[in-house]
Write a protein that binds this ligand. Sequence first.
Ligand code: BG6
Ligand code: MG
Length: 213
Amino acid sequence: KYKGIIFDLDGVITDTAEYHYLAWKKLADELNIYFDRKINENLKGVSRLESLEIILKNSDKVFSDEEKHYLADKKNDYYKEMIKKITPQDILPGVCDLINNLKEREIKIAVASVSKNAKTVLDNLGLLDSFDYIVDAEKIKNGKPDPEIFLNAADGIKVEPCCCIGIEDSKAGIEAINRAGMLSVGVGNPETVEEADIILKDLSNPSDLLNLI
Ligand code: BG6
Ligand code: MG
Protein backbone atom coordinates (compact mmCIF):
# COMPACT_ATOMS: atom_id res chain seq x y z
CA LYS A 1 0.00 0.00 0.00
CA TYR A 2 2.71 2.49 0.95
CA LYS A 3 4.99 3.66 -1.85
CA GLY A 4 6.80 6.59 -0.25
CA ILE A 5 8.47 7.30 3.07
CA ILE A 6 9.15 10.87 4.15
CA PHE A 7 11.71 11.39 6.88
CA ASP A 8 12.15 14.37 9.14
CA LEU A 9 15.89 14.98 9.66
CA ASP A 10 16.67 16.46 13.07
CA GLY A 11 15.98 13.83 15.73
CA VAL A 12 14.96 11.13 13.21
CA ILE A 13 17.95 10.48 10.94
CA THR A 14 20.52 11.94 13.32
CA ASP A 15 20.50 13.44 16.78
CA THR A 16 20.84 17.08 15.73
CA ALA A 17 17.76 17.82 17.86
CA GLU A 18 20.27 17.71 20.75
CA TYR A 19 22.54 20.26 19.05
CA HIS A 20 19.58 22.58 18.40
CA TYR A 21 18.79 22.31 22.13
CA LEU A 22 22.39 22.97 23.20
CA ALA A 23 22.70 25.98 20.90
CA TRP A 24 19.44 27.52 22.18
CA LYS A 25 20.45 26.74 25.76
CA LYS A 26 23.76 28.60 25.29
CA LEU A 27 21.91 31.62 23.92
CA ALA A 28 19.24 31.55 26.64
CA ASP A 29 21.89 31.30 29.38
CA GLU A 30 23.72 34.29 27.94
CA LEU A 31 20.47 36.28 27.99
CA ASN A 32 19.60 35.02 31.48
CA ILE A 33 16.36 33.53 30.20
CA TYR A 34 15.02 30.33 31.74
CA PHE A 35 15.06 27.46 29.24
CA ASP A 36 14.94 23.72 29.81
CA ARG A 37 14.41 20.44 27.96
CA LYS A 38 10.67 20.52 28.63
CA ILE A 39 10.29 23.87 26.85
CA ASN A 40 12.63 22.53 24.16
CA GLU A 41 10.12 19.79 23.25
CA ASN A 42 7.90 22.58 21.84
CA LEU A 43 10.74 23.86 19.68
CA LYS A 44 11.18 20.60 17.78
CA GLY A 45 10.13 20.94 14.15
CA VAL A 46 9.58 24.68 14.60
CA SER A 47 11.46 27.28 12.51
CA ARG A 48 14.39 29.28 13.89
CA LEU A 49 12.55 32.56 14.47
CA GLU A 50 9.43 30.88 15.87
CA SER A 51 11.65 28.91 18.24
CA LEU A 52 13.23 32.17 19.44
CA GLU A 53 9.76 33.65 20.04
CA ILE A 54 8.90 30.69 22.30
CA ILE A 55 12.13 31.18 24.28
CA LEU A 56 11.61 34.93 24.62
CA LYS A 57 8.20 34.34 26.24
CA ASN A 58 10.18 33.71 29.44
CA SER A 59 11.77 37.16 29.31
CA ASP A 60 10.21 40.46 30.43
CA LYS A 61 12.35 42.37 27.97
CA VAL A 62 11.00 43.55 24.63
CA PHE A 63 13.21 42.79 21.64
CA SER A 64 13.08 44.62 18.31
CA ASP A 65 12.92 42.64 15.06
CA GLU A 66 16.53 43.57 14.43
CA GLU A 67 17.57 42.19 17.83
CA LYS A 68 15.57 39.03 17.22
CA HIS A 69 17.34 38.43 13.92
CA TYR A 70 20.67 39.05 15.59
CA LEU A 71 19.85 36.50 18.32
CA ALA A 72 18.57 33.91 15.83
CA ASP A 73 21.77 34.34 13.80
CA LYS A 74 23.83 33.92 16.95
CA LYS A 75 22.09 30.64 17.78
CA ASN A 76 22.64 29.51 14.22
CA ASP A 77 26.37 30.28 14.50
CA TYR A 78 26.57 28.08 17.61
CA TYR A 79 24.61 25.35 15.82
CA LYS A 80 26.77 25.52 12.68
CA GLU A 81 29.90 25.14 14.81
CA MET A 82 28.39 21.99 16.42
CA ILE A 83 27.33 20.31 13.17
CA LYS A 84 30.81 20.71 11.65
CA LYS A 85 31.90 17.61 13.53
CA ILE A 86 29.08 15.39 12.22
CA THR A 87 30.22 12.25 10.36
CA PRO A 88 28.43 9.16 8.95
CA GLN A 89 28.91 7.61 12.41
CA ASP A 90 26.24 10.01 13.67
CA ILE A 91 23.48 8.40 11.62
CA LEU A 92 21.05 6.96 14.17
CA PRO A 93 20.94 3.14 14.57
CA GLY A 94 18.87 1.29 11.95
CA VAL A 95 18.51 4.25 9.59
CA CYS A 96 21.01 3.03 6.95
CA ASP A 97 19.53 -0.45 7.05
CA LEU A 98 16.06 0.96 6.62
CA ILE A 99 17.10 3.17 3.69
CA ASN A 100 18.78 0.21 1.93
CA ASN A 101 15.76 -2.02 2.49
CA LEU A 102 13.37 0.63 1.16
CA LYS A 103 15.51 1.10 -1.95
CA GLU A 104 15.49 -2.65 -2.62
CA ARG A 105 11.70 -2.58 -2.45
CA GLU A 106 11.61 0.44 -4.79
CA ILE A 107 9.92 2.59 -2.16
CA LYS A 108 10.66 6.29 -2.77
CA ILE A 109 12.27 8.19 0.07
CA ALA A 110 12.35 11.91 0.84
CA VAL A 111 13.50 14.31 3.56
CA ALA A 112 11.13 17.00 4.86
CA SER A 113 13.05 19.28 7.21
CA VAL A 114 12.38 22.98 7.81
CA SER A 115 16.05 23.44 8.71
CA LYS A 116 18.10 25.71 6.48
CA ASN A 117 21.06 23.57 7.56
CA ALA A 118 19.52 20.29 6.38
CA LYS A 119 21.72 19.87 3.31
CA THR A 120 24.92 20.50 5.30
CA VAL A 121 23.87 17.91 7.89
CA LEU A 122 22.95 15.35 5.20
CA ASP A 123 26.23 16.04 3.41
CA ASN A 124 28.26 15.50 6.60
CA LEU A 125 26.32 12.28 7.23
CA GLY A 126 27.19 11.13 3.70
CA LEU A 127 23.48 10.88 2.85
CA LEU A 128 23.04 13.76 0.41
CA ASP A 129 22.65 11.41 -2.57
CA SER A 130 20.68 8.72 -0.75
CA PHE A 131 17.23 10.29 -1.07
CA ASP A 132 14.99 10.61 -4.11
CA TYR A 133 13.96 14.09 -3.02
CA ILE A 134 14.94 16.64 -0.37
CA VAL A 135 12.52 19.48 0.31
CA ASP A 136 14.09 22.91 -0.08
CA ALA A 137 13.14 24.69 3.16
CA GLU A 138 13.53 28.07 1.41
CA LYS A 139 10.57 27.23 -0.84
CA ILE A 140 8.17 26.33 1.97
CA LYS A 141 5.80 29.17 2.98
CA ASN A 142 4.18 27.54 6.00
CA GLY A 143 6.17 25.59 8.56
CA LYS A 144 5.01 22.52 10.48
CA PRO A 145 2.28 21.90 11.74
CA ASP A 146 1.05 23.07 8.32
CA PRO A 147 1.07 20.02 6.01
CA GLU A 148 2.75 21.96 3.15
CA ILE A 149 6.25 20.52 3.61
CA PHE A 150 5.01 16.90 3.62
CA LEU A 151 2.73 17.52 0.63
CA ASN A 152 5.70 19.08 -1.19
CA ALA A 153 7.78 15.98 -0.41
CA ALA A 154 5.03 13.63 -1.67
CA ASP A 155 4.86 15.67 -4.85
CA GLY A 156 8.64 15.48 -5.18
CA ILE A 157 8.61 11.68 -5.10
CA LYS A 158 5.37 11.52 -7.13
CA VAL A 159 3.46 9.44 -4.60
CA GLU A 160 -0.11 10.24 -3.46
CA PRO A 161 -0.13 11.52 0.15
CA CYS A 162 -2.37 8.63 1.22
CA CYS A 163 0.38 6.22 0.04
CA CYS A 164 3.07 7.94 2.12
CA ILE A 165 4.36 7.34 5.61
CA GLY A 166 5.87 10.31 7.48
CA ILE A 167 8.37 9.87 10.32
CA GLU A 168 8.79 12.61 12.92
CA ASP A 169 10.09 13.29 16.42
CA SER A 170 8.12 16.53 16.92
CA LYS A 171 4.56 17.37 17.90
CA ALA A 172 4.29 19.95 15.11
CA GLY A 173 5.64 17.40 12.61
CA ILE A 174 3.19 14.67 13.57
CA GLU A 175 0.32 17.15 13.20
CA ALA A 176 1.66 18.12 9.77
CA ILE A 177 1.80 14.47 8.64
CA ASN A 178 -1.71 13.78 9.97
CA ARG A 179 -3.08 16.86 8.20
CA ALA A 180 -1.35 15.78 4.99
CA GLY A 181 -3.40 12.56 5.13
CA MET A 182 -0.38 10.30 5.55
CA LEU A 183 0.33 7.55 8.06
CA SER A 184 2.31 9.13 10.91
CA VAL A 185 5.11 7.38 12.75
CA GLY A 186 6.47 9.07 15.87
CA VAL A 187 9.90 8.40 17.31
CA GLY A 188 11.63 9.78 20.41
CA ASN A 189 9.73 11.19 23.37
CA PRO A 190 6.38 9.29 23.34
CA GLU A 191 4.50 12.20 24.96
CA THR A 192 5.70 14.61 22.29
CA VAL A 193 4.52 12.33 19.48
CA GLU A 194 1.39 11.04 21.20
CA GLU A 195 -0.80 12.04 18.23
CA ALA A 196 1.08 9.69 15.89
CA ASP A 197 -0.68 6.67 14.34
CA ILE A 198 2.27 4.51 15.34
CA ILE A 199 4.81 5.27 18.09
CA LEU A 200 8.28 3.71 18.04
CA LYS A 201 11.18 4.25 20.44
CA ASP A 202 13.54 4.73 17.48
CA LEU A 203 14.31 3.23 14.06
CA SER A 204 16.85 0.70 15.36
CA ASN A 205 14.61 -2.16 14.22
CA PRO A 206 13.89 -1.49 10.50
CA SER A 207 11.31 -4.28 10.37
CA ASP A 208 9.00 -2.19 12.62
CA LEU A 209 8.52 0.02 9.57
CA LEU A 210 9.01 -2.51 6.81
CA ASN A 211 6.14 -4.54 8.28
CA LEU A 212 3.79 -1.62 7.61
CA ILE A 213 4.49 -1.63 3.88
C1 BG6 B 1 13.92 21.65 12.61
C2 BG6 B 1 14.32 21.49 14.04
O1 BG6 B 1 14.24 20.51 11.91
O2 BG6 B 1 14.59 22.77 12.03
C3 BG6 B 1 14.11 22.79 14.82
O3 BG6 B 1 13.55 20.45 14.63
C4 BG6 B 1 14.82 23.93 14.12
O4 BG6 B 1 14.61 22.62 16.12
C5 BG6 B 1 14.34 24.02 12.67
O5 BG6 B 1 14.56 25.16 14.77
C6 BG6 B 1 15.03 25.14 11.89
O6 BG6 B 1 16.38 24.84 11.75
P1 BG6 B 1 17.49 25.86 11.26
O7 BG6 B 1 18.70 25.00 11.07
O8 BG6 B 1 17.01 26.45 9.99
O9 BG6 B 1 17.66 26.87 12.33
MG1 MG C 1 12.77 16.67 14.10
